[in-house]
Write a protein that binds this ligand. Sequence first.
Ligand SMILES: Nc1nc2c(ncn2[C@@H]2O[C@H](COP(=O)(O)OP(=O)(O)OP(=O)(O)O)[C@@H](O)[C@H]2O)c(=O)[nH]1
Ligand SMILES: [Zn+2]
Length: 197
Amino acid sequence: MTNVAKMKIVAQTRLPTQFAEFTLVGFEDPKGKEHVALTLGDITTDEPVLARVHSECLTGDALFSQRCDCGPQLEAAMRKIANEGRGIIVYLRQEGRGIGLLNKIRAYAEQDKGLDTVEANEILGFVADAREYDIAAGMLAELGVQSIRLMTNNPKKLEKLAECGVKVVERIPHRTEGTPHNEYYLATKTKKFGHLL
Ligand SMILES: Nc1nc2c(ncn2[C@@H]2O[C@H](COP(=O)(O)OP(=O)(O)OP(=O)(O)O)[C@@H](O)[C@H]2O)c(=O)[nH]1
Ligand SMILES: [Zn+2]
């Protein structure tokens, strides 16, 4: 298959959370970068697996930032998977849409001056979205996942995963409640990235 990164499972363990006890699987990609998947139940059968492919957002996922919707989206995904008793979260370490944490902070600083999220990336010399999904495809393949029902609002993500050979049988809308701080960000995602919000 093309566009599938060779992913190595390095270790795995139980991960008890308030939602369910997941299995946490630690991966290393061909460049030595670390990624994780959270799995619940048997995800190797031919029944499509409820899935979230989540790109790292330290500010949203861990620091409760209200500039974006990442934290609530991650939490909602864990909750939905727990309710079904089966699913997977592929957690990709492509912070800041692939530009890294410090550059994302630089981009936020540009947004503080009035630019939108796309213009801020561009003024810093980056493309609007540098993310790749070959690593997600490699993780899903390594874990024996055959097809997924993907929680996302991002049509580009569906396209890119399909290009990497991931069989997405259904898109499940994954909206969260906005805050006064992320209203403009979500509007820009709709306008410039075509997010279905
Ligand atoms: N460069 C940059 N990255 C951002 C910004 N806000 C959020 N991110 C990153 O964007 C990624 C999340 O992407 P989103 O566009 O929110 O959502 P998505 O994953 O494309 O789509 P959904 O599946 O619908 O959530 C994470 O890696 C965040 O760190 C920003 O203003 N600038
Ligand atoms: Zn975020």
